[in-house]
Every structure is written in structure tokens, then in C-alpha cells.
Design a protein around this ligand. Structure first.
Ligand code: DAH
Length: 344
């Protein structure tokens, strides 16, 4: 065994190491040189044959080659791992958070857009925004707003009853009692919500629709206050002054009760398709809160009074968007819905 043998082994390792392109090949090279039956072990078995005067140099050279191979293999391993990560990153589709958002992918339901606008308008006028449950007790939905059992007004609101005796709320008025109790006298609250009635569907009727109810309680509140807030809301929503009128109405929760109409914002009263040529659009039932409702809400009707109104919200949305069929609003028909952008 000569020193040349070591140099040959080193050269052959250098060539093998250069050719390695993956971990499996690297392992094969490791076994070829460092394995139990590898070339280094082979050289060591021949140590005995080395002449005594060369033993020292031979031993040093073999050890040096062994550590060189061990180090080189570790280095190649790290290098391969780095290359693998770089490759994976290159092949991964990265998400660029700085790209501008494609705003054409969807749009809000016009009802959502207009509800936000109307809610903001009332908020600006100092109203608190509340909501209510969709499953309600018979007491909240009817009795607490002065509609006792067998009252004819119950027939006007075909109710979805649940097997536990509760119901799907037929009117946002169902939250009145809780709100009166929670806020007490001197409050201005609106509460939008989804309501349900067992109705046959047509262009003007849905079994699931939205209302936006408001109550104001204080001292010496009058119908003029009610008219003021409704006109202010209309002005902010339609960006112009809109005249309103009151007709007598009947609701158990209010006394007196009214139907409020608004001058058609499209024809300014001349008559058009939207207002059915009448020049007026039914806006909301309303009235002065019935003393019984105040009493049941824990408020003394001799000291305080107030008004309430119940905007049929889908109607308002239809007027605002010129949609002629209420069913579109629940349909999620993308052709129709995508015409409405977040700003209208
Ligand atoms: N809750 C009534 C309905 O759904 C609407 C209503 C009328 C609400 C008069 C009111 C009101 O607050 O004062 O038909």
C-alpha cells in the first residue's frame, strides 16, 4: 500500500462528490468511502503492510482524508437541503398581499347597502342601533305590544309557530318591550331586523322580509317630531327634500296611528310607474306609542310619551333601486345583485 493510493482515493472522491445531485447519490458516495466495507476501511486494513518508516505519515494522511470526506459530505448535504427549499419556494404560488383587490368579484345585497345608509343616517341623528332575536316569545311579539290573544290584528300577521310555542318574529315591534325596559324613558332607538310571515309569494310579498323599527320616548313628544325625523331620513337618503303626508291608520301599539306616505322621489308627485301614478309612496306605518305598551315596558305613560314607526325596509330598497319584484332581494340572483355596488 502506497501513499499514492491515498491520493488516488482522494481524487476519486473529489470527482464523485462533484457529480452528486441528490441525497440518495450522496448516501451512496458516503457508503463507498466511509462505509464498513468502504475505501477508507479498505485502506486501513492494509495499514499493517505499510513499511514502518511510512506508517506515521500514512496514518496522518488517511485520517486527514477521512475527515475531509466527512466534512465534505456534511457540506454537500446542507447545500442540497438549501437547493431543495429554494426549489420548493420557486414552485409555490405565493400570495401577494400588496396586489390591488379585484372589486368586481362580488357585491353586497342592495338591502345591506341601504340598511347601512339608513342606519348611519339615524345614528347621525343620535339614535342608538339595536337588534332583536328572530325566534321570539308570543308575549314579546304580540302581547307586550298590545295585541292580546284573539285580537283581530293577529290574523293580519300569519305566523310561523314553532313546536315549543315560540314563533319566528312577525314584526320588529317584538323588540319594543325589551328595548323600552333596557333603555327606559328618554331614548331614541332604531332596530332593523328580518321578519317572517306565512304569506303567499308574489312581486310585492315575501315570507321573509326586513323592517326597520324606531322608537322615541321622552317628555312632550309630538307627531311633529316623528315627521321631522322621517323627513330628515328621506332627505339624507334621496339627497333632496321629500314631502310626507299622514293618513289615519290602525295599529294596536299606537294611538293615534298613521300611515305615512312620501312624495314619489322619481316623479316628484306627477305620477309614474313607481308610485302607480298616485304621486305618493307608502313609507311607514307609525303613531304615538300606546300607553299600554309604555306601561308594559316599565314606563309611566302619565309622565312620558313617544312615537314608533315600522319602515317596511324592502319596500324602501325597491323604491331606492327601482327593483319591481321583492323576490329578487332574497334570490341571490347574481345577474341582478351584481348591478349593485357597495356605493349607490
Ligand atoms: N309592526 C307593524 C307591522 O309589522 C308595523 C308598525 C306599525 C310598527 C306601527 C310600528 C308602528 O312601530 O308604530 O305591520
Amino acid at each position: 500500500m502506497e501513499l499514492n493510493n491515498i491520493i488516488e482515493t482522494e481524487n476519486s472522491f473529489d470527482a464523485d462528490a462533484k457529480a452528486v445531485s441528490n441525497l440518495q447519490e450522496l448516501e451512496n458516495v458516503r457508503l463507498k468511502y466511509l462505509g464498513k466495507k468502504g475505501l477508507i476501511a479498505d485502506i486501513m486494513t492494509k495499514f499493517r503492510e505499510v513499511p514502518a518508516e511510512q506508517k506515521r505519515e500514512f496514518g496522518q494522511k488517511v485520517n486527514a482524508l477521512k475527515s475531509k470526506i466527512e466534512n465534505a459530505i456534511e457540506e454537500i448535504k446542507l447545500d442540497l437541503a438549501k437547493k431543495q427549499i429554494e426549489e420548493e419556494i420557486k414552485n409555490t404560488k405565493m400570495f401577494d398581499y400588496s396586489l390591488p383587490v379585484d372589486t368586481n368579484t362580488g357585491s353586497l345585497n342592495p338591502r345591506t347597502i341601504i340598511q347601512k345608509q339608513v342606519v348611519d343616517i339615524f345614528k347621525d341623528m343620535g339614535f342608538v342601533i339595536e337588534d332583536g332575536c328572530e325566534i321570539e316569545t308570543e308575549y314579546n311579539n304580540f302581547e307586550s305590544v298590545n295585541v292580546p290573544k284573539n285580537h283581530p290584528a293577529r290574523d293580519m300577521q300569519d305566523t310561523f309557530w314553532l313546536s315549543n310555542g315560540q314563533l319566528l318574529k312577525t314584526q320588529t315591534s317584538a323588540a319594543q318591550n325589551r328595548i323600552l325596559r333596557d333603555y327606559g324613558p328618554v331614548c331614541k332607538v332604531i332596530f332593523p331586523g328580518r321578519v317572517f310571515r306565512n304569506e303567499a309569494l308574489d312581486a310585492r310579498h315575501e315570507n321573509t322580509f326586513f323592517q326597520l323599527e324606531g322608537v322615541v320616548v321622552g317628555k312632550n313628544i309630538t307627531v311633529a317630531n316623528l315627521i321631522y325625523f322621517e323627513k330628515a331620513m328621506l332627505k339624507a337618503l334621496f339627497k333632496k327634500d321629500i314631502e310626507v303626508r299622514l293618513r289615519p291608520g290602525f295599529f294596536p301599539f299606537t294611538e293615534p296611528s298613521y300611515e305615512m306616505d312620501a312624495r314619489c322621489p322619481f316623479c316628484s308627485g306627477r305620477g309614474c310607474h313607481t308610485c302607480g301614478n298616485s304621486g305618493w309612496i307608502e313609507l311607514c306605518p307609525c303613531g304615538m306609542i300606546h300607553p299600554n305598551v309604555l306601561k308594559m315596558g316599565g314606563i309611566n305613560p302619565d309622565e312620558y310619551n313617544g312615537f314608533a314607526f315600522g319602515l317596511g325596509f324592502d319596500r324602501l330598497v325597491m323604491i331606492r333601486t327601482n327593483l319591481d319584484d321583492i323576490r329578487y332581494l332574497n334570490s341571490n340572483n347574481l345577474k341582478v345583485m351584481s348591478q349593485f355596488k357597495t356605493k349607490m
